[in-house]
Ligand binder design. Structure first.
Ligand SMILES: *Cc1c(COP(=O)(O)O)cnc(C)c1O
Length: 222
């Protein structure tokens, strides 16, 4: 099992360009499997649930960069802010404000990605372009000093239609480019496009992804 995971991981890094970051998505997987990937040298891991993220952070080495990739409720922000490296799933000003408040209490500045709704499914969270633009224009957002908006995140539709997936990723990249020129043209921190999972990461990289979030291709099916 551990050898298989090491092989999966090494095969994956062989196929991904060096300038694309891999977040190894370890949700539902035990800490021994995470440790196997850690020991090869990997440091970026992602979880989608706060409770699981906190438990694993406490059980594993402190130099892991933890990414929260799933929906985050404001009342749970306080549990992850002391240690989290990046929050990929910011989908409201209310949430961003709460992250900022907790980050200030912890003397931290937290990297946040704005999640966009790019899929044709109803169930995925995220901003529309206009919602995000309205938020970024507002004085409230400009006053948040303990968050750094580092880019965008999105999930494509769960489908076999490769062209649909490609169009959705292309749309996210256009959103990124538009926001960059409208709000972040002098801000080098706004630079990440988090898109692509085990089934579609190659298309995502083709369309300009800078961070892919890979679970089953490393750790096996859930
Ligand atoms: C589970 C999950 C992933 C990884 O999914 P795989 O298909 O196993 O690679 C990526 N992003 C998010 C938001 C997830 O919840």
């Amino acid at each position: 099992m551990l050898m298989k995971i090491a092989d999966n991981y090494l095969a994956l890094i062989g196929r991904v360009p060096d300038d694309v970051k891999i977040v190894a998505v370890s949700k539902t997987k035990p800490v021994e499997l995470i440790r196997a990937v850690y020991e090869i040298g990997h440091r970026d891991f992602g979880e989608n649930r706060v409770q699981e993220l906190v438990a694993k952070q406490q059980a594993l080495p402190l130099d892991i960069n933890w990414h929260l990739i799933g929906h985050l409720q404001t009342n749970k922000v306080k549990y992850i802010v002391p240690f989290v490296s990046m929050i990929h799933s910011v989908d409201s000003l209310k949430l961003l404000t709460e992250i900022n408040r907790e980050a200030a209490r912890n003397n931290r500045v937290i990297d946040c990605l704005l999640q966009f709704h790019i899929a044709s499914e109803e169930t995925k969270f995220g901003f529309t372009y206009d919602e995000a633009a309205d938020m970024l224009k507002s004085p409230e957002t400009k006053n948040l000093k303990n968050i750094r908006i580092a880019g965008v995140m999105g999930m494509a539709t769960f489908t076999n239609d490769r062209q649909l997936i490609r169009n959705e990723f292309r749309n996210l990249r256009l959103i990124f480019t538009s926001l960059k020129s409208a709000f972040f043209s002098n801000d080098p921190s706004f630079r990440e496009i988090s898109m692509g999972m085990s089934g579609d990461y190659e298309i995502a990289i083709d369309e300009g992804s800078t961070i892919i979030r890979i679970g089953s291709l490393i750790f096996g099916e859930r």
